[in-house]
Each structure stands twice: as C-alpha cells, then as structure tokens.
Design a binder for this molecule. Sequence first.
Ligand SMILES: *[C@@H]1O[C@H](CO)[C@@H](O)[C@H](O)[C@H]1NC(C)=O
Ligand SMILES: *[C@@H]1O[C@H](CO)[C@@H](O)[C@H](O)[C@H]1NC(C)=O
Ligand SMILES: *[C@@H]1O[C@H](CO)[C@@H](O)[C@H](O)[C@H]1NC(C)=O
Ligand SMILES: *[C@@H]1O[C@H](CO)[C@@H](O)[C@H](O)[C@H]1NC(C)=O
Length: 372
Amino acid sequence: MAVKLSHLFLLLVMPSLSLTSGHKCSTSDSSCNQCIQSGPECAWCTAPNSNIHCHTVKGLQRAGCHKGHIYKPQSSVQVIRNDSRTDIADAKTIFLQPQDLAIHLRPGVSQSFPLSISMPNDHPTTDLTLDTSNVPAGLNITFSSITTGNPLLVQVTVEAAQCPSESDISNQNSTGPWSVQITPRGFAKSVTLEVTLQCQCSCTENREENSPTCSSHGALVCGRCVCYQPYVGNLCQIDITSFESENEDSCRLRPGAPVCSGRGVCVSGMCHCNQRENPEKIRGQFCECTNFDCPYHENRICGGNGICECGMCRCYANWTGSECSCSTETASCVAKNQQLCNGRGNCICGKCQCLPQYQGPTCEDCPVCVAH
Ligand SMILES: *[C@@H]1O[C@H](CO)[C@@H](O)[C@H](O)[C@H]1NC(C)=O
Ligand SMILES: *[C@@H]1O[C@H](CO)[C@@H](O)[C@H](O)[C@H]1NC(C)=O
Ligand SMILES: *[C@@H]1O[C@H](CO)[C@@H](O)[C@H](O)[C@H]1NC(C)=O
Ligand SMILES: *[C@@H]1O[C@H](CO)[C@@H](O)[C@H](O)[C@H]1NC(C)=O
C-alpha cells in the first residue's frame, strides 16, 4: 500500500543567539576563528610568514600561501549507521534508513542526505509529517520529497545561518555537537543527527607559548603570533613601552623638560616642531628655538630694537639689555660742561641716573644746594 507524502512539515527555528554580522574574509585577519566565522568561503593560512592570513583559498594562494598551509573546514555529512532492513517479511513496522549521521556545518553552506522511509504495509494512506526535536537556535532543517511510493525518499537539508558570536561561543554548547531527532509523526522510530557547527579552528588548540617565531614574546596560534603585553608587531618584535619612553626622552631638551619643549610632537624619537604662520618659526632638535618667544618692551618684541633668536633678543647696534630697551648711545647724557651727567650721575640706557640731591636730564639741577 502506497503512502502519499502529501505535505511536509518544515520546522523552522528562529535564531535567538546574537549572531556575528557577515563581512568579507580579508577584514578578519586577526584570528583563525574570526576568519572562518566571517563567511563559508573564508580560509586561513597557517604559515607564520604570510602577509595575509584570512582570505578565500584562491586569495591565499595568490598571496603565496602553500596549499599545505591552507586551513578551510568543510561542511560534511558522515553516515554513522546505515543498516538495511534484514527481515523483509516484517512489514508491520516503519523503517528508516540511514539511522545515524554526523553533520559538520559551515554556516551558510547547507548539507543534504536522502532519507528512505519504509512504511508498514497496513498503514492507511495518509499524510506523513516529519518532526524534529532538540533543534538548537540558528539551525534550519527542511525536507523535500524525492520520490513517493513505498519506500518514500525524502531529501533532508540542514543549514545554519551564522556562527554564534564569540561571547556565545565561549558557552560550550553554542557550536554543538547537538543531537537532533527526526521522527515520522505517530511512529516510534527516528533518525539521529549529530550536528556540529564549524566555527572554531582546530589549530587554536595547538598553542605554542613563548614561541621563538614570536620573538619568545608571544604564543603562536594557527601560525599567527598572539603577543604578550607589552609586545606588538607581526612577530611580537616591538616592545611598546621602551618604544614610547625611550623615544619620548630623546625628545626632551633635558630630563624633565616638556617633550619637544611643548611645541611639537615626538615621532620615533625625533621632534617634529609645530608649524606657525610666517614669519614665526620654531626650530631646534627639541623645538626649543622660537623667533616669537622673547621679552617685550613697550608692546614690541625685543623693544623693536633687536631680533628674537631661539627665545633670546639679539639687539641691534647701540642697543642692549634682555629686551633691547637700553640704548648705548650717550649723547643725550652730555651736560653743558661736556661731562656725562654733569659728573653727578651715570648714563644708563641713554638716561642720566643722578646721585641723590641732583636732578634734571643731565643732573645739573640741585634744588637742595645752598646758593653761593
Ligand atoms: C544507505 O545505504 C543504502 C544501501 O543500503 C544506500 O542506497 C544509501 O544511499 C545509503 N544512505 C546514505 C545516506 O548514504
Ligand atoms: C530555512 O530554509 C528554508 C529553505 O532553504 C528557507 O526558506 C528558510 O528561510 C530558512 N529559515 C531560516 C530561519 O533560516
Ligand atoms: C551542554 O550540553 C550538555 C549535553 O550535550 C548538557 O548536559 C548541558 O546542560 C549543556 N550546557 C548548556 C550550557 O547548555
Ligand atoms: C651707534 O652709535 C655710534 C656712535 O655713537 C654711531 O656712530 C652709529 O651710527 C650708531 N649706530 C646706529 C645703528 O644707530
């Protein structure tokens, strides 16, 4: 008696995990797990000296990664038990074939297998529904009819939408293996699928601590250095602290002085001085020299009587003092008797500084002197 498989029951499970968003292989070069999770086409190069670790197989080969170093977990269906019915005469029970399968899934790549369902001879012609149980979130199992009659042949397709996020992966069961049962409704027989998501690289388990490849400053994982702090670089060859402090110190005029005198940035141990609008300039190994940071006199830099060089006033001829405010010219100090300040004072900066009791531009006045 033929049983018609008139409609098939689709059990669709909504993903409830937070799932990683899809992106291209080449942007996930940081770890093998991230790489293979970023798309079913993504493969990993386990050669430490490779410039690119994550790409399509073709992309990795183009980048010079040897075939033997390319790791790309595949989706697969492995039939564990596929017993045939031995007692043909016993047509009173339902019989399913195969009975046990192990399925490895790269999310985004579906896997299918044919399921043969031998119905009992006395079973009335009716609809057959296939139920699934224990299907985890994110897994989609669908059925389609290949042939009708007895036995029925049904195509079973298993697909995972995406890998769970890294935080969910740390929760052990998020990538399986899960045991899923497919059961014709109303019968006591079922097919068992053991489903595992291929979201983790097997090479991550072979972690070489203090690897010489990683300058003994990191672990070699899947051909990639995972550097210990404070080391960085492809081969953990750079100590970031020494890089920073040594080079910053070489940017100080003297210990404790501001880096690049506060007027520039320290790049690889060298000061790069800030740019100013012309004619202002900053110069010097430590940006210590400016032509605008000089004393002012009467609102003019270097009193208008000199030029500012490296923070110091260089005075024009006949001018002196830290702000070039002092004239060396003495003509204005000469008194009527041709003596500087009438012999009663000192000519300082072109002006007489008179002894006590004397006054006037050339110290000729003496209000307290007794007149003869
Ligand atoms: C199970 O074995 C039968 C032969 O007994 C074969 O036709 C069928 O394809 C096998 N099923 C699977 C899923 O490999
Ligand atoms: C499950 O697969 C079917 C057939 O490929 C598809 O139509 C459906 O959208 C999928 N459902 C989910 C939740 O991915
Ligand atoms: C993981 O699966 C095992 C059996 O496969 C189960 O006993 C355990 O409770 C599961 N753990 C979580 C966190 O789901
Ligand atoms: C500086 O003083 C000398 C002598 O008094 C004079 O000859 C010369 O012209 C002055 N120079 C300037 C630049 O004023």
